[in-house]
Ligand binder design. Structure first.
Ligand code: CP
Length: 331
């Protein structure tokens, strides 16, 4: 990845910043405020892990002696499984916790549940929760390192990193002067926020497009530009990211109909032709085919959806190794 930048080692531009705290390498709570060199180090480390995965290198013992608990208070396929595989590959002792069948149904709080887990000598917790700020709250109250696996509408930093690695592959390692169009439900998207913080820190541009009811009020203060239409956003872009409509986080009445949404805002084949030659299409998953992305685009030559998944495993190896190393340095 190219490190020369007029921006030096500047932090990400300030956004809402409600949960921003001084970076502590034990934790990964968000990409907001992470210095450029930290982002690049993580991406380079992830690329090395990916080489090892592709070469079918045997699992390593880098995390031997480290115990990790994956605490998922919300559903997940990609994030949870890739953290579990990364922990196994690095030789950590690990366990996974999900709400179903837990003592949360008996009234135990999230913090008490996490205190119970860390009392069992868990060193790192990987947490997904529907409440924005939950992982920053836990980081203030637990001895363990906390890795944010998606907290409400706030951030999904490992998704942001895997998106950056995928873009770096497509863009020859240069982010400066490149433009990503993010289309859809920006207002409810922690994926969009992490991508915005990461890419703008590395010198890229982000243009947002979506129904006005799904564009957050602070979009421009996040350092993005707004486009009135999906065509305007994708015209001349180096990549486009389609976002899932997050109906679980929406109040009613924000959308007229899924059919109209698809027609007006969907990433469809003819719209991809507006981008630069060689531009790529990303989707964090899970996809709603035929709604935010047409099936022939999801499976088309420009799609990097499964590359994102592969990069997710490598990124989670890099993040676990970084957080575990910081724990070791402290002790
Ligand atoms: N992109 C993402 O976070 O997917 P999961 O919800 O399956 O983890």
């Amino acid at each position: 990845m190219n490190r020369a930048s007029p921006m030096g080692n500047a932090p990400a531009p300030p956004g809402a910043g409600a949960f921003l705290q001084a970076p502590d390498a034990r934790h990964l709570l968000g990409l907001e405020g992470l210095p450029r060199d930290t982002l690049l180090d993580l991406l380079e480390s992830a690329a090395r892990y990916r080489d090892r995965l592709r070469a079918h290198d045997p699992p390593t013992g880098e995390l031997r002696g480290v115990t990790v608990c994956n605490a998922f208070f919300e559903d997940s396929t990609r994030t949870r499984v890739s953290f579990e595989l990364a922990e196994q590959r690095l030789g950590a002792m690990h366990t996974s916790f999900s709400v179903s069948g837990s003592s949360l149904s008996k009234g135990e709080t999230m913090l008490d549940t996490l205190r119970v887990l860390t009392a069992m000598h868990v060193n790192l917790v990987v947490v997904r929760h529907r409440s924005a700020g939950s992982t920053a709250f836990l980081a203030r109250h637990l001895e363990a390192g906390v890795i944010n696996a998606g907290d409400g509408e706030h951030e999904h930093p490992t998704q942001g990193l895997l998106d950056l690695l995928t873009l770096s592959d497509a863009w020859g390692g240069r982010f400066e002067g490149r433009r990503l169009a993010i289309v859809g439900d920006i207002a409810h998207s922690r994926v969009a926020r992490s991508a915005i913080f990461g890419l703008t820190t590395l010198g890229g541009e982000v243009v947002l497009a979506g129904p006005p009811t799904l564009i957050p009020a602070e979009a421009e203060s996040l350092g993005c530009t707004l486009a009135a239409t999906v065509e305007e956003a994708m015209h001349g872009a180096d990549a486009a990211m389609a976002l899932r409509l997050q109906r679980e986080r929406m109040d009613s009445g924000l959308l007229a109909s899924l059919g109209e949404y698809s027609r007006v805002w969907g990433i469809q084949r003819e719209r991809t032709a507006l981008m630069k030659p060689g531009a790529v299409v990303l989707h964090p998953g899970p996809m709603n085919r035929g709604v935010e992305i047409a099936p022939d685009v999801a499976d088309g030559v420009e799609s990097r959806v499964l590359k994102q998944v592969e990069n997710g495993l490598a990124v989670r190896c890099a993040v676990l190794a970084r957080c575990a190393a910081a724990l070791t340095e402290e002790s």
